[in-house]
Design a binder for this molecule. Structure first.
Ligand SMILES: *[C@@H]1O[C@H](CO)[C@@H](O)[C@H](O)[C@H]1NC(C)=O
Ligand SMILES: *[C@@H]1O[C@H](CO)[C@@H](O)[C@H](O)[C@H]1NC(C)=O
Ligand SMILES: *[C@@H]1O[C@H](CO)[C@@H](O)[C@H](O)[C@H]1NC(C)=O
Ligand SMILES: *[C@@H]1O[C@H](CO)[C@@H](O)[C@H](O)[C@H]1NC(C)=O
Ligand SMILES: *[C@@H]1O[C@H](CO)[C@@H](O)[C@H](O)[C@H]1NC(C)=O
Ligand SMILES: *[C@@H]1O[C@H](CO)[C@@H](O)[C@H](O)[C@H]1NC(C)=O
Ligand SMILES: *[C@@H]1O[C@H](CO)[C@@H](O)[C@H](O)[C@H]1NC(C)=O
Length: 341
């Protein structure tokens, strides 16, 4: 096991190997007081970039080496590492510099520069910290749900330091729908909460942003039909508007009979959520009760429109209720009169 409790011992071991010191001889580096160990400031480098490791030398240096943990990368100008990303930058009286290209997470850790002088060995260690920009690795797919479903959006990201995940509703923008967790839960989703959601994963070095499209299906509703009066020979239009996702198919009926396009001078035109029933030349026989039925896979809705002529008296519920109300009022008046006596 190379799990040394103290890396200095590893270095001492490596040194002994490197310089083939007889084991019996006193090893300077084992005596804390006699060796000179320095800790340099941490070096922070982004994944994929190059890191330079440099340590100072001196006049009396006899041997020197750069180590990654306990394995030698360079012993003087001799490369011991088999890693092609590691190379020598320069070795002279003043300094010994190597570089590691295309740094990866595995390269994070302690690097040690060991220097053997005539008097005593010394080591300089530096901690290389590798940062990784955030990357969203697991994101919910675009979703198609029915109104009332419980929706869970998920966003998992990698990165170093650990990225902070944020969910928000992007369009239509809704600040009440945000979350700073990997999971955004929307219970009993309503049609208003359909739209584009954004997940962002951010750390000190970068942000990764991804979108999820959330579609909420709901059954049609049609706006209440208003009765329409048209004079003979006129061109007339009946409108029906349906709100539904997915968009509703609209059918027109005259009483119980389905009306088809281009029949008897009638045309049906569908434009998105609106259907237009056009009479090119209103005739006596066109007057009547028309029903528009909007259908999608979740259900249907309908409304009726009465097309009446100029002389027609609108009958129906409103008339009845007026009569009823009048009778009621009359009764109350009579009662009050009676009570006075
Ligand atoms: C260097 O990094 C190590 C490991 O992450 C940490 O424990 C130490 O506090 C850092 N030192 C400095 C001076 O930032
Ligand atoms: C440093 O050592 C670690 C652990 O053995 C290894 O995974 C990494 O590739 C090494 N890096 C370099 C630049 O030698
Ligand atoms: C993404 O997360 C889901 C739920 O935790 C899991 O089932 C799925 O395997 C993950 N996919 C990937 C590529 O990690
Ligand atoms: C949605 O969640 C609520 C409470 O968490 C639960 O009572 C309900 O059954 C769930 N609905 C569906 C469709 O799963
Ligand atoms: C409308 O129909 C009536 C009766 O069929 C006809 O007399 C009239 O010319 C028509 N008007 C138009 C503009 O087509
Ligand atoms: C029109 O027809 C529909 C469906 O047949 C019916 O429900 C409605 O009461 C009718 N309206 C009138 C005013 O007759
Ligand atoms: C119209 O809607 C009512 C309920 O709102 C329903 O009872 C009726 O069957 C519907 N008519 C058609 C033609 O779909």
């Amino acid at each position: 096991m190379l799990l040394c409790g103290c890396w200095r011992r590893c270095v001492a071991m490596s040194f002994r190997l490197l310089f083939l010191l007889p084991a019996g001889l006193p090893v300077h580096s084992q005596g804390e007081s006699q060796s000179d160990n320095k800790q340099m400031d941490n070096i922070t480098v982004r994944q994929g970039e190059t890191v330079f490791l440099s340590c100072s030398q001196g006049d009396s240096v006899t041997r020197t080496a750069w180590l990654n943990r306990s394995s030698i990368l360079y012993a003087g100008e001799d490369k011991w590492s088999v890693d092609p990303r590691v190379s020598l930058v320069g070795l002279n009286q003043d300094e010994f510099t190597i570089k590691i290209e295309d740094v990866d997470l595995m390269d994070e850790g302690q690097y040690i520069c060991a220097v053997q002088t005539l008097s005593r060995p010394r080591t300089t260690s530096v901690h290389v910290i590798v940062q990784v920009p955030p990357k969203i690795v697991n994101l919910s797919k675009d979703l198609l749900v029915n109104e009332g479903s419980n929706v869970t959006l998920m966003c998992l990201a990698n990165g170093k330091p650990e990225p902070v995940i944020m969910w928000r509703m992007l369009s239509p923008s809704d600040d009440s729908l945000s979350s700073d967790t990997e999971v955004l839960e929307i219970p009993f989703i309503t049609r208003q909460r359909a739209g584009t959601y954004e997940c962002s994963a951010a750390n000190d070095i970068a942000v990764d942003v991804q979108m999820v499209e959330l579609t909420v299906n709901y059954p049609p509703s049609v706006s209440e039909g208003r009765d329409v009066g048209m004079t003979l020979g006129q061109r007339g239009v009946l409108l029906c508007e349906a709100d539904a996702v997915p968009q509703a198919d609209i059918e027109w009926y005259r009483d119980d009979r389905r009306i088809f396009n281009d029949l008897d001078g009638i045309e049906i035109q569908d434009a998105g959520a609106i259907s237009k029933l056009t009479f090119f030349n209103v005739s006596e026989t066109d007057y009547g009760n028309y029903t528009c039925v909007a259908i999608n896979k979740l259900g249907s809705a309908n409304t009726s429109i009465v097309l009446y002529g100029p002389g027609a008296v609108q009958d129906g519920n409103s008339g009845t209720s007026t009569v009823f109300t009048s009778t009621y009022l009359l009764l109350i008046l009579l009662l009050q009169l009676l009570l006075k006596f």
